[in-house]
Design a protein around this ligand. Structure first.
Ligand code: 3HC
Ligand code: NAI
Length: 691
C-alpha cells in the first residue's frame, strides 16, 4: 500500500490499482482530496497496473466540492487538473459509487471512463441549491450522456437520481451488489481490460447535443414552464445558459469556458453567498451546546394527538408516513370523523401515495373520544384550541393518564409552555412542538424548550424531527417563540401602513418582489379573514371586521382584501379601498404617498430588531437559527439568507439608524434592541455572534 497523503491510499489488487479516499464526513473535494486524487492517478498511471478503480471510505462517495473553501483562495491542484489526469489516463478508470456522488463528486466520476454503483447510491448536481451551477464540466458532460431535457431538469432541480434510474439514463454503467462495491468494481475493471473496452471520454460524445441543435424552443419552453419556480433566483438561468452553451459551442473546451464564466458570475454574487451560508445554518441548527450528541434518546413507538382539527390531522400524517402508530383523541364525535376523513382524503389525493400505501397508513391510525386511550403513548401532542385554560385542563389530565417518561408536547403558537407545564407533576417531560400549517407539508418544526424541559426530551424531539423529515430549530419560551414573535412586528407595520395611505396590494407587491411567495394581505385572504373572528362580537371596529361582516372572508368567499375573478386571480378591490379610506377619514389622519423603500424597511427592519431581542434574551441559540425558521416556516427567500443574514447585508448600522428614525417619529414600537446597539458600537455583524 502507498500512502499518497493523509486522505488517499493507492493499493493493488492483482492488475488493478485501487485509489481510496478517506476524508470524513463526506469526502468533499478539499485541497487534500484534490492533491490525493491528482498524485494517486499520476502514480497509478505510471505503474504497470492495467486499470484503476476509484472508491471512497465512509458513508459516501465524494459529495461535492468543499463548500467551506468557497470564497477563499484554492490551494494545490485544481479540480480541472484532477479531471484531466483521470480522463487522459492511458488505462481504464472505473469510479465506484456508494452513498451520494454529488456536484463536483459526480463531475469527477464523469471523468472516469466507466461508473459502477450500488443500488442504494444516488447521483446529482445539486449546485443550484447553493446558488451555483456545476462548475467542473457538469453542465457540459451531463447533457452529452442524458440528453438536453434531462440535463436541464437535473441541474435546475438539483435532484438526487437513484442508482437504478441513473443506470437507465446511462449515467452509471453497471449496478453491483449492495455491500460488495469494491468486488463489483474490480470485476468490472477486469472485464474492461479483458474485453479491451475503449477509454470512453464523455467529452467526445456529441450525439445527444447534435439532436438538440437548432431547437432553441427546448430552452424557451423549459424557461416558460418553470418561470414561477425560478422567480427571483439567478442560478437556474445560469444553469440553463450553461447547458445551452454545451449545445451551441463549437468545441467542448469552448463550452467549458462558457460554463466557467457563468459559474464565476454566480460565485461572486450575493445570492450564492446567502445560499451557502444557509446550507451551514441548517446544519448548525441541529447543534445544541448543552445537549451533546450522545444524550440518551427516549424511544417513540406510539404517538397520541389531542384535537383532530387543522393541525392535529396534519401532525398525525407525519408519523403515519414513517410507520409510527397514532391515536387521535377528540372531544366531539363529528370533529373526529371529519378529521380522520380529511387525513384519508389527503392521502387519496396525493400523487405519490399508492392505494395500498394509503391503507397501510390508515391502518396505523385510530381515533377515540376516550382520553384513557393515550395511556400507552410515548409522545402526546396537544393541538386543541389556542386557549390557556383549555390547555391547562388538558395537561393536568394528561399528567394523570400518560405513562411515566412519556413526552407531553403542545403545538401552541404563542402560549407559555412553562405555564402549561406547571400544572403537571412532570414539567421536565413537557416541551413545545410547534408545527406549521399544513403540518404534513411544511418543513419547519420549532421546538420550544421550557425552563425545566429535560435534555433527553430535547434530544429525542430533535431526532424525531429528522426522522419525520422536518428541519428543527430550538427556541425558548416567549410569546410567539421565534417565528410568530417576529411576524407580529411585520403584521403590525403592514396594518399601520394601510392606515397611513399604502394599499394592501402595494404592501403585498413590495414583499412579493422582495421574494416572499405572497404578502400578508394575500396570505390573510388565502387563510381566511375569519380565523379567530366571531360574528357576534364584531362591530365594524377594524377593516377586517367590516370585510368579514360583508362576507368578504377571503378566497373561499370570492372576496377579501382583494376581489377574485372566476379563475381565482386576485385584483385590487375598489370596495376594500373605500373601506380603508373611510377608516382613514374617521381616524383624522392624512394619507400620504408611501415609497416602496419605506414599506420594505417598515416591514423588515423591526423583524431584524426583534430577532436581535430574541438573541439578547437567549430565546434563540444563534442568529442563523432565526434564519432557518424564516426560510422554512415563512417563505423568506433563501437567496437572501434569512432576516439576520439580510440585516448583515444591509448593515447593522443602517438598520439601527432607521429604527431610531422611526422611533423618533412613530414611537417605541421601534425601540432598538440593546444587542443591535452593541453590535454597531463594536463594529460587528450578526454573523459574529456565536452560540
Ligand atoms: N462541503 C463541506 N462540508 C460538507 C459538504 C460539502 N460539500 N457536504 C456536507 N458537508 C458537511 C456538513 O456541513 C456536515 O458537517 P457537520 O457534521 O460539521 O455539521 C457534514 O458534512 C454532514 O452533512 P449532513 O449533515 O448534511 O449529512 P447527511 O448525511 O444528512 O447528508 C449529503 C449528506 C447528502 C452529502 C449532504 O451533506 C449534502 O447534500 N451535501 C452537499 C452536497 C452538495 O451540495 N454538493 C455540491 C457542492 S458544490 C460543488 O460541488 C461545486 C462544483 O460543481 C465545482
Ligand atoms: P382547530 O380548531 O382546527 O382544531 C382544534 C380541535 O381541537 C377541534 O377539532 C376541537 O374539537 C378539538 N378540541 C378542543 N378541545 C379539545 C379537548 N379538550 N380535547 C380534545 N380535542 C379538543 O385548531 P388548529 O388550527 O388545528 O389549532 C390547534 C392548535 O395548533 C392551536 O394551539 C393553534 O394555535 C396551533 N397552531 C395552529 C396553526 C394553524 O395555522 N392553524 C399553526 C400552528 C399552530
Amino acid at each position: 500500500m502507498t500512502e499518497i497523503n493523509s486522505v488517499t491510499t493507492l493499493t493493488r489488487d492483482g492488475d488493478i490499482a485501487v485509489i481510496t479516499l478517506n476524508s470524513p464526513p463526506v469526502n468533499a473535494l478539499s485541497a487534500k482530496v484534490r492533491e490525493g486524487l491528482f498524485e494517486g492517478f499520476k502514480a497509478a498511471g505510471a505503474s504497470d497496473a492495467k486499470a484503476i478503480v476509484l472508491i471512497c471510505e465512509g458513508r459516501t462517495f465524494i459529495a461535492g466540492a468543499d463548500i467551506s473553501e468557497f470564497g477563499g483562495a484554492m490551494a494545490g491542484p485544481s479540480l480541472f487538473d484532477v479531471q484531466d489526469m483521470m480522463e487522459g489516463s492511458p488505462i481504464p478508470v472505473v469510479a465506484a459509487i456508494h452513498g451520494t456522488a454529488l456536484g463536483g463528486g459526480l463531475e469527477v466520476a464523469l471523468c472516469a471512463h466507466y461508473r459502477v454503483a450500488v443500488p442504494s447510491a444516488r447521483v446529482g448536481l445539486p449546485e443550484v441549491a447553493l446558488g451555483l451551477l456545476p462548475g467542473a464540466g457538469g453542465t457540459q458532460r451531463l447533457p452529452r450522456i442524458v440528453g438536453v431535457e434531462a440535463a436541464l431538469d437535473m441541474v435546475t432541480s438539483g435532484r438526487h437520481v437513484p442508482a437504478k434510474q441513473a443506470l437507465a439514463m446511462g449515467l452509471v454503467d453497471e449496478l453491483v451488489e449492495e455491500g460488495k462495491l469494491l468486488e463489483g468494481a474490480l470485476a468490472f475493471a477486469r472485464k474492461a481490460v479483458a474485453e479491451n473496452k475503449p477509454l470512453v471520454k464523455v467529452r467526445d460524445n456529441n450525439a445527444k447535443l447534435e439532436a438538440a441543435k437548432g431547437k432553441p424552443e427546448i430552452f424557451a419552453d423549459f424557461r416558460k414552464a418553470n418561470a414561477r419556480k425560478f422567480r427571483g433566483f439567478t442560478a437556474p438561468e445560469n444553469n440553463i445558459k450553461a447547458v445551452e452553451a454545451a449545445v451551441n459551442s463549437a468545441t467542448f473546451d469552448e463550452g467549458l469556458k462558457a460554463e466557467r464564466k457563468l459559474f464565476t458570475e454566480l460565485m461572486m454574487g450575493a445570492q450564492s453567498a446567502a445560499q451557502r451560508y444557509y446550507f451551514f445554518a441548517e446544519r448548525q441548527a441541529n447543534k445544541i451546546p448543552d445537549v451533546p450528541d450522545d444524550t440518551p434518546i427516549r424511544p417513540i413507538k406510539k404517538v397520541g394527538i389531542l384535537g383532530a382539527g387543522t393541525m392535529g390531522g396534519g401532525i398525525a400524517m407525519n408519523f403515519l408516513n414513517t410507520g409510527i402508530p397514532v391515536t387521535i383523541v377528540e372531544v366531539q364525535e363529528a370533529a373526529l370523523e371529519r378529521g380522520l376523513g380529511v387525513i384519508r382524503k389527503n392521502y387519496e389525493r396525493s400523487r405519490t401515495a399508492k392505494p395500498e400505501e394509503t391503507e397501510a397508513r390508515m391502518a396505523l391510525l385510530s381515533g377515540s373520544l376516550d382520553f384513557e386511550k393515550l395511556a400507552d403513548c410515548d409522545l402526546i401532542i396537544e393541538a386543541v384550541f389556542e386557549r390557556m385554560d383549555i390547555k391547562k385542563d388538558i395537561f393536568a389530565r394528561l399528567d394523570k393518564v400518560a405513562k411515566p417518561g412519556a413526552i407531553l408536547a403542545s403545538n401552541t403558537s404563542y402560549l407559555d409552555i412553562d405555564e402549561i407545564a406547571s400544572v403537571t407533576s412532570r414539567p421536565q417531560d413537557v416541551i413545545g412542538l410547534h408545527f406549521f400549517s399544513p403540518a404534513n407539508v411544511m418543513k419547519l418544526l420549532e421546538i420550544v424548550r421550557g425552563e425545566k424541559t429535560a435534555k433527553d426530551v430535547i434530544a429525542t424531539s430533535m431526532k424525531l424531527a429528522k426522522q419525520i423529515g422536518k428541519i428543527a430549530v430550538l427556541a425558548g419560551v416567549c410569546p410567539g417563540f421565534i417565528g410568530n414573535r417576529m411576524l407580529s412586528q411585520r403584521q403590525r407595520e403592514a396594518q399601520k401602513l394601510v392606515m397611513e395611505g399604502a394599499m394592501p396590494w402595494d404592501i403585498d407587491r413590495v414583499l412579493y418582489d422582495f421574494g416572499f411567495p405572497m404578502g400578508p394581505f394575500a396570505m390573510s385572504d388565502l387563510a381566511g379573514l375569519d380565523i379567530g373572528w366571531v360574528k357576534e362580537n364584531s362591530h365594524g371596529e377594524t377593516i377586517r371586521d367590516v370585510l368579514c361582516e360583508m362576507d368578504r372572508r377571503g378566497q373561499k368567499t370570492g372576496a377579501g382584501y382583494y376581489d377574485y375573478d372566476e379563475k381565482g386571480a386576485a385584483k385590487p378591490s375598489p370596495v376594500t379601498e373605500k373601506i380603508i379610506n373611510d377608516f382613514i377619514v374617521k381616524s383624522g389622519a392624512n394619507p400620504r404617498k408611501i415609497s416602496d423603500e419605506e414599506i420594505l424597511e417598515r416591514c423588515v427592519y423591526p423583524m431584524i430588531n426583534e430577532g436581535a431581542k430574541i438573541l439578547e434574551e437567549g430565546k434563540a441559540i444563534r442568529p442563523s437559527d432565526i434564519d432557518v425558521v424564516w426560510v422554512n416556516g415563512y417563505g423568506w427567500p433563501v437567496y437572501r439568507g434569512g432576516p439576520m443574514h439580510y440585516g448583515d447585508l444591509v448593515g447593522a448600522d443602517k438598520v439601527l439608524a432607521k429604527m431610531k428614525e422611526f422611533q423618533a417619529t412613530m414611537g417605541d414600537a421601534f425601540a432598538p434592541s440593546a444587542l443591535l446597539e452593541k453590535l454597531v458600537a463594536d463594529g460587528k455583524k450578526f454573523s459574529d455572534i456565536k452560540a
